[in-house]
Design a binder for this molecule. Structure first.
Ligand code: HEM
Length: 287
């Protein structure tokens, strides 16, 4: 229903100066589709907000509802004058979470599955760790920090297939890097994918080696690997995403051995997130 390639084509249409004025863009096929899809997403977010509002207005004792989460906080937030967020502001927050948390994680899971298929010996090491830490049962919160090799593996997946390949910033003040000064107001792009394949930082950067991230490796500048960005606007969902990946991959290798479909060529394509151009095909064999 809603694809990032569509957003990308919308963005490239918007790069066409003729389509800059909304009254022209809105009349094009892409413009109409853009608004149709935006409405779909907004209705989806509105339904989530509406359902939660109803729960919050009901007596908590009478519901199954246990935790205060992000949406509750946004719904209940008030400034010093007791004024809360408008419906539009709440929806903007929900939209951000939905999209920041969905395509990124699904891209990371897809590349992890592909890599497990590519490197059967690494897959066996992951399987061995899962059997040792979790066994054949469900993954419990206590297990997560014990899945150490899996964390190295996930980081190496995110290095190899930079899930968010590029991030952008608008400079509030001039910035000097290596003697070159960029003026305030400049739009800059930080190319995470290039950073992840910088041979000055990563030896044999095309080799897939989860052990790069083990404690025994020489220390690296913490800003040399920023899959979740860094600074005040870094990813809010970082820990959640890593845990989600650990749970999904554990459950997958518990049940299946993953084999690549070698007849299918997988081509990474950096869009808003790193996507496999023609998808990824694997065989799942029951263990
Ligand atoms: C593998 C999964 C993920 C990756 C690689 C990832 C990556 C990133 C990156 C690079 C940014 C910063 C963008 C920038 O600096 O311009 C970001 C921001 C953000 N992420 Fe994630 N993310 C992931 C999963 C999640 C999840 C699961 C959630 C929520 C449940 C989430 C919520 C957010 C939010 C709300 C922001 C915006 C923060 C802000 O602007 O202050 N992300 N993410």
């Amino acid at each position: 229903m809603f694809s990032l390639s569509f957003i990308a084509s919308t963005i490239s249409s918007k790069l066409n100066p003729v389509l800059h004025p909304d009254f022209i863009f809105n009349r094009t096929r892409t413009g109409k589709r853009f608004h149709q899809l935006c409405n779909y997403v907004h209705e989806f977010a509105d339904d989530i907000i509406e359902a939660r509002r109803n729960i919050l207005e009901t007596d908590h004792e009478e519901t199954e509802y246990e935790y205060t989460d992000f949406l509750d906080i946004v719904l209940m937030a008030q400034d010093e004058n007791g004024v809360g967020l408008t419906d539009k502001e709440i929806r903007a927050e929900v939209d951000t979470f939905l999209f920041a948390g969905h395509d990124t994680t699904s891209s990371a899971i897809s590349w992890a599955i592909y890599t497990l298929g590519q490197y059967p010996e690494i897959q066996e090491q992951i399987y061995g760790e899962v059997m040792q830490v979790v066994g054949t049962k469900n993954v419990e919160p206590d297990h997560l920090s014990k899945l150490k090799y899996m964390l190295f593996f996930i980081k190496e997946v995110m290095r190899m297939y930079s899930i968010v390949p590029v991030i952008g910033r608008s400079l509030k003040e001039p910035l000097t890097i290596d003697g070159v000064t960029l003026p305030a107001g400049a739009l800059i792009e930080i190319n995470i994918h290039t950073m992840n394949h910088n041979p000055a930082v990563w030896s044999d950067h095309e080799d897939f080696r989860p052990d790069r991230f083990s404690e025994s490796e020489p220390e690296r500048d913490p800003f040399s690997f920023i899959p979740f960005s860094a600074g005040t606007r870094n990813c809010i969902g970082q820990n959640f995403a890593l845990n989600e990946l650990k749970v999904v991959l554990s459950r997958l290798v518990q049940a299946f051995r993953i084999e690549l479909d070698t007849s299918h060529e997988v081509v990474p394509q950096p869009k808003l997130v790193m996507r496999p151009k023609n998808g990824i095909k694997v065989f799942l064999r029951s263990r």
